[in-house]
Design a protein around this ligand. Structure first.
Ligand SMILES: [Zn+2]
Length: 394
C-alpha cells in the first residue's frame, strides 16, 4: 500500500510549499510543489489531486493500492479509474490493476481565479500553443492569462532548493512579460516519483503541477507533441494518447485541453518562425551545455530537425542568435543524410514530415546526402557489432 499523507502547507526560503508524506511499508519520502511566496494563493491546499496523479505509475508498477488521506476531486477519481488505469493496463503488461482508497471525495470547485494557462519551455510545441492561442481568432474568454514554468528538482525537501532566476527562468519570464501575461514558476520533486523515462510520463508530470495550482487554473492547454494522426496507445510517449489523458485529468472546475492536435510539427515551426520573439528565444535543445555561444547546441536531434525545417522554409538565417547556422550549413549534406537514415531506419514521423515538405517547397537537398545516409547506416551497424562483440567477450 502507498499512503499519500495529509497535505501540509508551509513557507520555506521565500517559497509557499504544499507537501505530503508518501509512505510505503518500508519508505517515507516528501513530495512537494512550491511557488513564490507572493503567489501562495494559487496553491491547492484542500485536496490531494496533484499528489495522487504523481504516485499512480509507481503504484501500478509496484502492484500497490493507494490510500489518500486528504480529499480527492470526485471527477478526477472517476477519470483515473475509468480512462487512465484501463488504458495503462492495455499498454503496459508489467502494470497491475490497483485500488484507490480515498478517505474523502469532493465535488466542490477549486478554481478561484478562472485562469487559462499553459507551460512555457520556449520549445516549438510550447511557443506554438502560446502564440496561436493569443491570435485574433481565439475568443477572448479562451485566451491565455498565465504561463507556467516547471522546475524539475531532484531534491528530497524544499529547503534544498535553489530558486534564483537561472537562464531558463529568465528567458521564460522575458517571453511571458513581452506577451503581457503572468509568469508562474513552480518547483517540485515530482520527477523523483515517476520511475520512468520523462517522455513516457511528461503529460502526467506536467498536469500534476497544473493540478497543484487549481485555485488559479480553470483551463490548461497542453501542447500536443504528436499530431492526432499518430494517436496510439503507446506507453513510451504519453502525447500519443493525450486525448484520453484529457478525459481523465479533469475535475469539477479544471480541464486539460490537448491544444491543436491536428497541426504537425512542420506547420507549428512555420507558424512561430515569423514572430520576432521566437527568433530570439526559441529553445529546443536537449544538450544546451554543449554550446557556449548559443541557447541551442545545433547538433542534437531536436536542434537538427528544427534547423532543417527552418532551412526548408527559407528562414534559417533569421535564427542566427539562437542557432549556430554557420556550422549547420557546413554540415548540410550530413544533416540531410542522417534525416534520410532515421526516416528509413525507425520510420521517424518528424524526418518524414521534413523530407515531404522539402519536396513540396522545392528545397534542393544536396546530392551527397545519400552518401551520408549510407555512411550513417554503416557507422551504426559497426557500432552495434562492436557492442555485441564486447558483450560476448564478457
Ligand atoms: Zn541541441
Amino acid at each position: 500500500m502507498i499512503t499519500v499523507g495529509k497535505i501540509q502547507s508551509a513557507m520555506v526560503n521565500g517559497l509557499a510549499v504544499l507537501s505530503s508524506e508518501i509512505k510505503t511499508e518500508t519508505t517515507s519520502e516528501m513530495l512537494f510543489f512550491a511557488v513564490r511566496e507572493e503567489q501562495e494563493t494559487y496553491l491547492c491546499t484542500d485536496r490531494a489531486d496533484a499528489f495522487l496523479v504523481t504516485v499512480l505509475i509507481k503504484a501500478m508498477r509496484e502492484h500497490q493500492d493507494i490510500l489518500v488521506e486528504s480529499p480527492i476531486s470526485e471527477r478526477l477519481l472517476y477519470g483515473i479509474q475509468t480512462f487512465l488505469i484501463p488504458a495503462w493496463l492495455k499498454m503496459n503488461p508489467a502494470f497491475s490493476p490497483i485500488k484507490i482508497i480515498a478517505t474523502h471525495t469532493t465535488t466542490e470547485p477549486a478554481s478561484q481565479y478562472g485562469g487559462l494557462a499553459t507551460g512555457i519551455s520556449c520549445g516549438v510545441d510550447s511557443l506554438y500553443t502560446v502564440l496561436s492561442n493569443l491570435n485574433g481568432e481565439t475568443p477572448p474568454s479562451l485566451k491565455l492569462t498565465h504561463l507556467i514554468l516547471f522546475n524539475e528538482c531532484r531534491v528530497c525537501a524544499p529547503c534544498e532548493l535553489t530558486t534564483e532566476d537561472n537562464v531558463k527562468i529568465k528567458a521564460s519570464k522575458e517571453v511571458t512579460q513581452a506577451l503581457g501575461l503572468t509568469f508562474v514558476p513552480v518547483w517540485s520533486n515530482a520527477i523523483l516519483f515517476f520511475t520512468c523515462a520523462f517522455e513516457h510520463v511528461h503529460t502526467f508530470h506536467n498536469m500534476a503541477h497544473a493540478l497543484a495550482l487549481q485555485p488559479l487554473i480553470k483551463t490548461y492547454y497542453y501542447a500536443s507533441g504528436h499530431s492526432i494522426k499518430r494517436f496510439w496507445l503507446d506507453f513510451s510517449d504519453a502525447s500519443h494518447y493525450d486525448l484520453i489523458n484529457a478525459k481523465a485529468l479533469k475535475t469539477e472546475s479544471f480541464e486539460m485541453i490537448s491544444h491543436d492536435p491536428l497541426v504537425d510539427r512542420f506547420e507549428k515551426t512555420r507558424y512561430i518562425s515569423s514572430f520576432e520573439l521566437t527568433q530570439t528565444h526559441l529553445d529546443v535543445c536537449v544538450r544546451p551545455q554543449k554550446s557556449e555561444t548559443h541557447i541551442n547546441c545545433s547538433e542534437c536531434f531536436k536542434c537538427l530537425r528544427t534547423m532543417l525545417t527552418l532551412d526548408v522554409l527559407g528562414v534559417l538565417d533569421r535564427f542566427i542568435s539562437v542557432f549556430d547556422v554557420k556550422t549547420y550549413r557546413k554540415n548540410c549534406a550530413k544533416n540531410w543524410g542522417m534525416t534520410y537514415y532515421i526516416r528509413w531506419r525507425i520510420k521517424d514521423e518528424f524526418a518524414e514530415e521534413i523530407i515531404e515538405n522539402a519536396r513540396k517547397f522545392k528545397y534542393k537537398i544536396p546530392f551527397s546526402a545519400c552518401f551520408w545516409m549510407l555512411a550513417t547506416g554503416l557507422f551504426n551497424q559497426f557500432a552495434k557489432l562492436k557492442r555485441i562483440m564486447k558483450r560476448s567477450s564478457l
